[in-house]
Design a protein. Structure first.
Length: 370
């Protein structure tokens, strides 16, 4: 004898509610042993789907401008499955409720024979995205996007749910060939396996072509691989051509002069113009801790008086340059404040044409030439 309908129905219902059936007469609350549906990472969508994708065929669409392309509208071929050929009303077990003859009740979907030529999917020709690929053979690697993945079309929500599959008896561009979702053949579709089931066979309603959205994004296992430190994308960081690291995980931008901003997947690093700021000097002055380049054009000898070394952060530096090229005639003397020293001296001088000096502070009481 076959399994009874009540045993099978309760088994399925309890499993979906997270329980294992041990006795049909027990409710799911009374069943003690847990259960669940096992789903491999290779079959779990891991990237965002468009809420209401475009309608152009063989063109990938994304959820937003900067997001990856995750769906593609495709025409699939419907191929009859041999085990699905029977007379649906000849036996109560086969469930038919319309008068009918023997015919094909189930069909698998496959990519068209010229898919790699007509598709704009960047993955075409790789993995499961090849000509004539049957969806069920991919075991979840090639799936159609089911309607429940969007709120479009729900009560109170705007837009239309475009993820419902459409079946056609012939040329899909001819509306007369479309098989309505409420047609008397009472058909159902499995978006995971890509299999159409028809309860009541009708020789005039044989599906030849199906229109649906194919998932083209990354699956969970691929996404986790990308994120792992061992197998994920590696970033090489170099300093003047020499490698600092070949596997960078993060960048830290330090200093008030560096500003990093983010927009989508792009990061912009801006170096403040203050890093390059230049102050023109034509006569004696007291410089500021904010002066980074002091360009001197003297018509007489002059002094540049530095602020206290303690006013600078440790390592802060600046440049003094004879831009006029006449420091041999008009010496440029650089003097410290109080007891501060520059290389152990209270002052130094630029005395040759176009001379320059780079100076940094220890942040306390000394300056050094470098």
């Amino acid at each position: 004898m076959a399994k009874t309908n009540i045993t099978s129905a309760k088994y399925v219902a309890k499993k979906l509610l997270g329980k294992t059936q041990t006795r049909p007469s027990l409710t799911e609350a009374q069943e003690a042993y847990p259960s669940n549906v096992s789903v491999p990472g290779a079959g779990v969508f891991a990237e965002t789907l468009p809420r209401e994708p475009g309608t152009t065929y063989y063109t990938p669409f994304s959820a937003s401008v900067d997001a990856p392309m995750t769906v593609e509208r495709v025409y699939f071929d419907c191929v009859a499955i041999g085990d699905g050929r029977y007379d649906g009303d000849a036996s109560v077990a086969d469930g038919g409720d319309e008068a009918q003859t023997t015919g094909d009740h189930s069909y698998y979907l496959k990519l068209p024979s010229n898919y790699q030529t007509i598709s704009s999917n960047p993955n075409r020709g790789n993995g499961n995205f090849v000509n004539d690929q049957r969806l069920y053979l991919s075991r979840g690697g090639l799936q159609l996007v089911p309607p429940f993945t969007t709120d479009a079309g729900l009560p109170g929500a705007i837009g239309n749910n475009r993820y419902y599959i459409e079946l056609y008896t012939g040329d899909p561009t001819n509306p007369a060939n479309k098989i309505s979702s409420t047609d008397a053949i009472d058909w159902q579709f499995d978006y995971y396996s890509g299999v159409v089931f028809i309860q009541d066979y009708d020789a005039s309603k044989i599906p030849v072509t199906a229109s649906a959205y194919l998932y083209t994004g990354k699956y969970l296992d691929e996404k986790l691989t990308d994120l792992s430190s061992s197998a994920g994308p590696k970033i090489v960081v170099k300093d003047e051509g020499s490698n600092i690291t070949t596997n960078a995980k993060s960048f830290n931008f330090v200093g008030a002069a560096v500003v990093a901003s983010e927009s989508g997947t792009d990061v912009t690093v801006t170096l403040s113009s203050a890093v390059y700021s230049r102050r023109s000097v034509t006569s004696t002055l007291t410089s500021s801790v904010n002066d980074l380049i002091l360009g001197v054009s003297a018509s007489a000898a002059l002094d540049i008086r530095l602020p206290a070394a303690s006013g600078y952060s440790s390592g802060a530096n600046f440049i003094i340059k004879d831009e006029a090229g006449n420091a041999n005639d008009f010496n440029i003397t650089i003097r410290t404040a109080g007891s501060d020293k520059i290389d152990g001296m209270g002052s130094i001088a630029l005395e040759s044409p176009f001379a320059a000096v780079n100076i940094y502070s220890n942040g306390s009481d000394k300056f050094f030439v470098y």
